[in-house]
Design a protein around this ligand. Sequence first.
Ligand SMILES: [Mg+2]
Length: 370
Amino acid sequence: MKITEIHAHYVRIPCDMGAPVDDMGGISFPTMDHLLIEVRTDAGITGWGEGFGHSIIPATLAALESYIAPWFIGKDPTPIGALHRQAQQAFHLFGRNGPVVYAHSGIDIALWDIAAKRAGVPLHRLLGGSSRSHVRAYASLLRYSKPEIVARICRDCVTAGYRHIKLHEIDTAAVLAAREGAGAGIGIANDVNCPWTVAEAQAMERAYRPAALAWLEEPVFPPEDHTGLARVRQHGATRIAAGENAAGVHDFRDLFERGAIDIAQPSVTKIGGITEMRKIIALAEAHSVELLPHCAYFGPGNLASIHIVASLATDTMLERLYVTLAETPYGTSMDAKDGMVAVPQGPGLGVEPDMRLVEKYRQGRISKIS
Ligand SMILES: [Mg+2]
């Protein structure tokens, strides 16, 4: 089998953020943008993947078109692990994190989709199998800042059946309002996206304690200051999560060896695809670190994340961004019901995109590399 063509579709879908745009506090997505990557083979099997993401998609697309996709054309997609290693070596001088790796991640996901389709099994069967028909999801909120809006949206999440919520708030008042809105017994985490020095992070960790957070995510800037993050964890009383900005399995090894995190959050569309994820999953298990994939998407990256979560030995949660898309090429297949998302059981990723909707929401031309 050979890879014959790689097509990329830059899709932009309007979405309802749950609050008016003027009430958003700095993290808002009036549209949800995806880079869908379609890998075609001479065997007639097509795989789908997704490269990160949001406003950096044009750069990921440029990396894909100029170097990453042409490198894969003509290659046999079957030996995924060896191909991944060769690709990493071929691409390493262009950056070990960022758009080059995001583009490679999307192709790697598509290769796993091809492998599972060829075997006629859902992807999770190739990852160790799963006895779960559904995975638990947590509602990952945007940043609203105003305490009354945070409290209202947390109440909405609980009404919708979620038992776990993640905020993206900075102000202590907004964090404490979430606990008021959700009530006791609901897991509330807070993701602050790398704003602070170590000393500031330590002070904020203390300030948030009345909210009894399930974890505090990425409190320290820069994300590669693993030693600083370890100090926050070792002197604090809150579990620490990070990893969506890590560069591959070796960055995770350093995070683990320094005792920097309780929860590892690799992102399948950023870290190097499913192949790199599998290495990190094994390493996290060896270091007794919990693994909760980062996953704020609605395309093949989310489907891959569902299969990954379903195949883990522990009962892990899926991140589900709390927005409502106008419509999606994947229909209702990834919707959460009572806080649970169904594990696709069809071959490969298990759901094929509706090309009519891909075309409806595509930005510009299809990018075709052959
Ligand atoms: Mg995060």
